[in-house]
Write a protein that binds this ligand. Structure first.
Ligand code: SF4
Length: 406
């Protein structure tokens, strides 16, 4: 059982948050299971996107823009938007499935000022040629993308995967691959799959009219699989990599005991992991970055921190432990001295879950908030606005509308 006092509560809030989430299109070239966006409006005009950038800069104080979709690489003016954001002094990061990525586009994006990519790759994306393959098989695809991005150089790269009940046990295969590629992969993120069911739930809109939940792309008629939680993902990682430990978190908007974001960073080399940073280093990174740059920090732009990370040993016992493991490694394998020391972030995100009373437990200080109709809206629930004019209220399981109305 995780204890919140062992982790640093990330200091992010609605108006001072390192992440600005901007969606350039709702068109995509594949269809991932559980995706919460569906095609309704197409590409946004560049002028509208520039207005959204200004809105975020005014109200959010971001350190980076997560340029999402749909598939952002399909937007015809994606390089113009990247250049516009970079010109504002904020890091543009593209969230992509990588299918449309090719060296010329990559080069143009880099020239426009792109800081890096978060690539979504997992085995439930219905990619042409990748059906019925395991997560381990998908490491070949991750490798292909990582090599292409590394060949361009100067861009950081994070891979995220949705975790389904049936792929939960494959998480260590992804981490093993990530560790071997720690020189060119700066982070891994695991996001737990969520769905809404029409079988148990009845929902109403702001006018108390019943809505058709089937219109949401992530709704299933029935779904009996177990909902994976962030602590369970943390556990399977730790069972396989005892050096791993999270250091920061965001809790839930309703439940005091939920972990919606668990952030950690492993210290290692391509040969082995030495340990993780502790909560004091996480605090140091957040507060130090805010003091220096006036903004909190969401992404490490380089994993090659080197032995400098061990300067924090006197401050953080977890880093001290990692330094000891590093010394032992070099003592037994002197050639490892030349491997370098790297830091790779490992993030876990638990999707919103409906509580027995029908309310959704969201991420406290939602980092992936986006703009809809001039307001901030949790991006994972924006389609409720697009389809029903606002968040829907889900009635408690097993209840029907007649039962709760006076
Ligand atoms: S609440 Fe925010 S951070 Fe959490 S899953 Fe939804 S959009 Fe992402």
């Amino acid at each position: 059982m995780l204890e919140k006092r062992e982790y640093y509560r990330l200091p992010w809030s609605m108006n001072d948050n390192p992440i600005a989430w901007i969606e350039v299109t709702d068109i995509c070239n594949i269809h991932c299971e559980g995706c919460y966006r569906q095609y309704m409006t197409g590409h946004k005009p560049l002028e509208q996107l520039k207005d959204e950038v200004e809105f975020f800069i005014k109200w959010r104080n971001p350190d980076n823009f997560s340029i999402a979709g749909g598939e952002p690489l399909l937007h015809p003016q994606i390089t113009d938007l990247v250049a516009y954001i970079a010109h504002k002094g904020v890091k543009p990061i593209i969230l992509s499935n990588g299918l449309a990525l090719e060296p010329k586009l990559l080069h143009d994006l880099k020239k426009a000022g792109l800081a890096g990519f978060t690539m979504h790759v997992d085995s439930h994306q219905n990619r042409p040629g990748w059906k019925n393959k395991t997560e381990k098989d998908h490491n070949a695809l991750r490798q292909h993308i990582a090599d292409m991005v590394a060949a361009e150089g100067g861009l950081f790269l994070i891979f995220n995967s949705t975790v389904y009940p049936e792929t939960y046990s494959e998480i260590p295969d992804i981490i093993r691959w990530g560790q071997a590629n720690i020189r060119i992969v700066q982070g891994l993120v695991f996001i737990t799959y969520r769905t809404a069911t029409t079988e148990d739930n009845i929902a109403t809109d702001l006018k108390d009219q019943q809505v058709d939940l089937k219109k949401l792309s992530y709704t299933r008629a029935s779904f009996h699989e177990h909902f994976i939680t962030a602590p369970e993902v943390h556990q399977i990682i730790q069972d396989n990599f005892p050096e791993y430990e999270a250091s920061g978190y965001l809790g839930g908007s309703i439940r005091h005991d939920s972990y919606k974001w668990l952030m950690g960073a492993m210290i290692g080399s391509p040969h082995r992991m030495y340990g993780s940073v502790g909560k004091r280093t996480m605090e140091f990174a957040q507060v130090g970055h805010h003091l220096q740059k006036g903004r909190y920090l969401a992404y490490l732009t380089s994993s090659r921190i080197g032995s400098k990370i061990f300067w924090l040993s006197g401050w953080d016992r977890m880093v001290r432990r990692a330094r000891y493991q590093r010394w032992m490694d070099v003592l037994h394998n002197p050639s490892h001295l030349f491997d370098g020391v790297f830091v790779q972030s490992i993030g876990i995100i638990q999707a919103p879950d409906i509580q027995p009373d029908g309310r959704a437990d969201m991420c406290d200080s939602c980092p992936d908030i986006t703009i809809y109709d001039g307001k901030f809206v949790n991006s994972c629930r924006m389609d409720e606005y697009r389809l029903f004019g606002g968040f829907v209220s889900v009635l408690g399981k097993g209840k029907n509308k007649a039962e709760i109305e006076p």
